[in-house]
Write a protein of this length. Sequence first.
Length: 276
Amino acid sequence: MRRLFIVITVILVWAYALVPVANAQTASTPTPHLPDGRPDLSGTWDHNALSFVRTQELGGGSVCILDCPQGQAAAPGGNGAAIRAAVRGIASTFPKYKPEFLAKVKDLSDRQVQTDTVLQCQPPGVPRIGPPQKIVQNAREAVFLYDDVNGGFFRIIPTDGRPHRKGVPPSYLGDAVGHWEGDTLVVETTTFNDDTWLIDNGAFHTKDLKVVERLRRVGDTIEYQAVAYDPAVLAEPWTLRPQTLKITDKELEEPDRCEDRDLEHIIDGSHHDNPR
């Protein structure tokens, strides 16, 4: 049953991550800085990735995610209404592909249960993993920590002028380096494998993908933006909608381990329909 929850929830996590949010207002508290004068991005950051996903136990081992029976919905209008309201806000954010690749995108999307490696417990890739839930920073590097539906992941971002590493194999989360542009940390990531998607619905990429993320701390918030570049298949760079992360004192906990045990028993993908 946990596997079914992951299959449905993984689509919703990145959907909600792209919902537009208001720009951070003037900081109510001063922006902290490290001894070297750089803004300190360290902390645990809340971006409400699952705030609208409220599962309901229906008995007999069944769990309701969308359109729960009357009286069992956790929020006015039910989960289905909240989720659909959120995804309507991101309808225009899907990457724009060159015409010759649209059929491939549709085929991957139609067969998502079989083709989406996230549903096979693999790392989601960048930018699909979204902003970090925790950052640990010093003068030489920043460490991004993630509490993802498929488990815990990390990225180490050098910020002391080191170039991209040479000879490293392509990977799910790529090879990242960072530099500062004023008070904004700019992270450039390359050397991806081509096993992940930019987002759900078949949004594939090639090994030439480059992702540029920008993080700027304003008081107790971080303004986060990401752009994906893959000119071999994308008609234009794909800019994700900006997000505002808020600092929290709730520490990360060890996530459950994802176990791929159910896909071989699936007859068809009808019960994994994407609510978008």
